[in-house]
Design a protein. Sequence first.
Length: 159
Amino acid sequence: MRLGSVAGYAAAVIGALYAALSLYWGAGGTYWLDTVGGAVRDLAGRGGTSAVTVGLGAAALKLAASAVAFVLARTGGRLRWLLILAALIGFVLIVYGGVLVAVGALVLTGAMDPGTAIDRTALTWHVAVWDLWFLVWGVLFALATIAFRRRSPVVGSRV
């Protein structure tokens, strides 16, 4: 199996796992919820329609991105629109995860003052797990997109 396929399938699995976690928290699950902190922890902890709606929305977005990664791996990146969409998703995930990991690490090391009290446990988990997960997911999307773009003729592209 080639790099693009491995990266695409890995991105699909990571996205599906992340979606399952969102569904779990949205449905009232509490395991690891204290590691998330902030508004998400508070909303999920209260439960109710809002928590379910947010959980379902987050899970739907993550599953949609996961499906894009799966289709990318299955088609070998031969569809121009799919490569563009995968590149966009990868870019957004890398920027989002990268910025949050970098800023969180700066706060945790004392190089940056957050200005308010922070939940160090939740921030540590974000830097080491949750936000890093987004960053790794984005890198996998980027690897798959680059590998397939280099290897495959793209349907719909101009020569």
